[in-house]
Design a protein around this ligand. Structure first.
Ligand code: COA
Length: 260
């Protein structure tokens, strides 16, 4: 499919989606959000895609935030819709995909950019990455799930401080905070993500999707994660992946999961 603000590339079981507005530091405007929704929907429905990597084009930015020029004149109703639609179509959507999503944070990840990275299932940063939720410096707050996901990932006190001070942290601090899982030199960032994706690809896609559901359940209002775990655990036993995984183990060979 042809996109105007993003790129989507499939190779060896991995779809890499790249936000491609480098002159605007990959800021997210409404066209980008719609294209992201389409690209993630397409990748999720592609049986061959086992892992999705999301990154930004150029060497400076992952995403420097929501496009400030687009919403600068919005009123409260428009802002409500912007936040609600964005969360629904992109941020919650990505967090709840059954295909694993890795964010390759290759530079600035600010505001909506960090929110996008946090919506991914986990993150790897390049050494030059800078992360923050600077919205209060513009007179607003994060609106794409940032107040929730930052606190979940780094703890309430650190999230409060980062958001109140509108500060950026570097990759090493993000690693120490648990916001990213690894820090790599920029030229090795995608290689590291691909290596992680290759490890994921060797496992049962159905079991991985069940694990995502069970882990996410802990962060869903009114849902008992332990109960979700019990039913997802049980569902696995009805799959071809379970049959293949256990049979391969007993036959002392490598499993070839059918994904069914
Ligand atoms: N929205 C819209 N445009 C943005 C943007 C955003 N969030 N972030 C960067 N850009 C644009 C700039 O306006 C500039 O465009 P121009 O060349 O047409 O003037 C271009 O991207 C390059 O950015 P610039 O600010 O010149 O780069 P810099 O290296 O001096 O600074 C940042 C980099 C990331 C520190 C700075 O761009 C910035 O603070 N961006 C906004 C971050 C933010 O507040 N994000 C949260 C939004 S809710």
């Amino acid at each position: 499919m042809k996109y105007n603000t993003i790129l989507s590339d499939y190779r060896d079981g991995i779809t890499t989606i790249t936000i491609n507005r480098p002159t605007k530091l990959n800021a997210l405007n409404s066209a980008t959000l719609l294209e992201l929704h389409t690209a993630f929907t397409t990748a999720e429905s592609d049986f061959d895609t086992k892992v999705i990597i999301i990154t930004g084009s150029g060497e400076k930015a992952f995403v420097a935030g929501a496009d400030i020029s687009e919403f600068a004149n919005y009123d409260e109703d428009q802002a409500f819709e912007l936040s609600k639609k964005g969360q629904h179509l992109v941020f919650d959507f990505i967090a709840n995909l059954s295909t694993p999503v890795i964010a390759a944070v290759n530079g600035f990840a600010l505001g909506g950019g960090l929110e996008l990275a946090m919506a991914a299932h986990f993150r790897v940063a390049s050494t030059n990455a800078r992360m923050g939720l600077p919205e209060v410096s513009l007179g607003l707050i994060p609106g794409y799930g940032g107040t929730q996901r930052l606190a979940q990932l780094v703890g309430k006190g650190r999230a409060m401080e980062l958001i109140m001070t509108a500060s950026m942290i570097d990759a090493e601090k993000a690693l120490a905070y648990g916001l990213v899982n690894y820090v790599e030199p920029q030229e090795e960032l995608l290689l590291k993500c691909i290596a992680l994706a290759d490890k994921i690809k060797a496992n049962s896609p159905l079991a991985i999707s069940a694990a995502i559901k069970a882990i996410n359940a802990n962060y869903s209002d009114g849902v008992n994660g332990y109960k979700v775990e019990i039913s997802e655990f049980a569902n696995c036993f009805g799959t071809g992946d379970f049959k293949e995984g256990t049979t391969a183990f007993l036959e002392k060979r490598k499993a070839k999961f059918p994904g069914k």
